[in-house]
Design a protein around this ligand. Structure first.
Ligand SMILES: Nc1ncnc2c1ncn2[C@@H]1O[C@H](COP(=O)(O)OP(=O)(O)O)[C@@H](O)[C@H]1O
Ligand SMILES: [Mg+2]
Length: 450
């Protein structure tokens, strides 16, 4: 439960509870201490009433006409509210007030009830010749005292509420000033996870968060350096691979090619020289010829795969078209369509080799694994990006796709150029989508041509 609360709630909830408890405690202590205090406050007046009763009784005893003296006393008492005289038989019970009116309105019942006004009133008997003729009644008006307590209570409660609101507002702003920078820090870390090390996290907010932001920026700096190192290593691997392939292609072409040609020419000469009655020699020579031709074809295929021979001579677009024609020749039932941007010819170097290799490997994969009857290849320059897409309607990637040498090589090449490679299944088609940053020269060339 606590775990799911936001920082703001975590701060405001205990504060609110604390103020609520303080108010309750105030009300509780009011209930405990107010009655004693009220009793103490009325004590002198109660003593005065007792003395008045005693003095009156004394005067009546010595008076010649006690009834006249009593009347005179009652008259002189006038309308004094706290001390009065009630004749015998009249109601003498003294009750605390149940309703108190003040200049600010009525004090609520619950408050009067809460204060628990004590029975402060008292009656003292007045006698003439041993006969009780009435009582001196002490009934102080507690309204003023209750009013005073009420005002005190209102002052404490309202200042408590005001303080609570103020604390709440301060907590709100403090949390906001901490949450903003924390949000920035989180966004920055997410950007880093996505591979964006360029945008630094603003170092704002309280020192603790500022320090974390600065450290995250340092981390971004280190990661950027590492990823640059990584990329240049990949570039080196890829170009070393290309160099090695080129060397191997040269060896195959220059060494193996002439040798195979020599064997073939000699076998043809041998075939021609074999007399017709040596049929078994003839068929052996035919066998050699066939094997040599198969070897020559295999040599050509390996050469084709090892080196994109024509990129520099033909330009990238034509090289890709040639590659696709060869693929079509290998799979006659495959409906092969393509959209190859003519502006690709403006590209050369590692970028053009990467585009060529990605298409080459993906198309080979379709022929080998996809069991597809339609293949579409698209290569275009979009804004400042090169987009290459190879899609087929075949069986799709296996449920647990394992990158073989082909896809791994593709991925390494694409990463070396800071590009992205996605393997998707969209609308019933398997799709290899590769995006590569086109670089300024390509983008400029592409815009001038359009
Ligand atoms: N177009 C495709 N359709 C279906 N499966 C594919 C496709 N391309 C690749 N795959 C699967 O991905 C695996 C890895 O491919 P790759 O890395 O090129 O290695 P290889 O081609 O040597 O097996 C393949 O074995 C195959 O199962
Ligand atoms: Mg493959």
């Amino acid at each position: 439960m606590w775990e799911s609360l936001s920082l703001r709630t975590r701060l405001l909830l205990p504060l609110g509870l604390m103020f609520g408890a303080a108010l309750l405690l105030g009300a509780f202590s009011l209930q405990i201490f107010a009655p004693t205090q009220l009793l103490e406050e009325t004590e002198p007046a109660a003593r005065a009433a007792r003395s008045v009763a005693a003095a009156l009784n004394g005067a009546l005893q010595t008076s010649a006409n006690p009834h006249a003296t009593l009347d005179a006393f009652v008259q002189s008492l006038g309308t004094s509210e706290a001390i009065g005289f009630r004749r015998a038989g009249a109601e003498t019970d003294v009750h605390p007030p149940t309703e108190v009116r003040t200049p600010l309105g009525r004090v609520p019942h619950w408050f009067v009830h809460l204060v628990e006004i004590p029975e402060v009133g008292a009656t003292y008997p007045v006698t003439i010749e041993g006969m009780r003729v009435g009582n001196i009644v002490f009934a102080p008006d507690m309204s003023a005292d209750i009013y005073e307590k009420w005002v005190g209570f209102l002052a404490i409660a309202s200042s408590g509420i005001a303080l609570m609101l103020l604390t709440g507002i301060i907590a709100h702003f403090v949390v906001r000033s901490a949450l903003g920078p924390l949000q920035n820090l989180g966004d920055g870390l997410t950007r880093m996870r996505m591979g964006d090390y360029e945008h630094l996290i603003p170092a704002t907010g309280p020192p603790e968060i500022r320090k974390s932001s600065l450290e995250a920026n340092e981390l971004a700096h280190t990661l950027r350096r590492l990823s640059q190192d990584n990329r240049s290593l990949l570039r080196r691997i890829v170009s070393l691979q290309d160099d090695e392939r080129r060397d191997m292609a040269r060896e195959l072409h220059d060494e193996l090619g002439p040798l195979l040609f020599g064997i073939r020419a000699n076998t043809v000469a041998l075939l021609e020289a074999i007399p017709p009655d040596k049929a078994e020699l003839g068929s052996a020579a035919e066998g050699i010829l066939q094997s040599v031709e198969t070897l020559q074809q295999a040599n050509r295929r390996i050469l084709d795969r090892l080196r994109p021979l024509y990129i520099q001579e033909l330009g990238l677009e034509r090289s890709i078209q040639t590659l696709l024609q060869n693929a079509k020749a290998q799979a006659r039932d495959l409906a092969l369509t393509s959209e190859i941007d003519a502006r690709l010819n403006a590209i050369d170097g590692l970028l053009s080799q990467t585009v060529y290799r990605v298409i080459q490997e993906a198309v080979t994969n379709v022929l080998r694994h996809a069991r597809a009857d339609s293949l579409h290849v698209r290569a275009a320059i979009e804004d400042r990006e090169l987009v290459v897409e190879i899609s087929d309607n075949g069986i799709g990637f296996p449920a647990d796709p394992r990158l073989g040498r082909g896809l791994t090589g593709m991925l390494e090449r694409v990463r070396a150029l800071s590009g992205t490679l996605l393997l998707l299944r969209e609308d019933g088609r398997t799709c290899v989508r590769c995006r590569l940053p086109a670089g300024d020269s390509v983008a400029a060339a592409a815009t001038t041509e359009t």
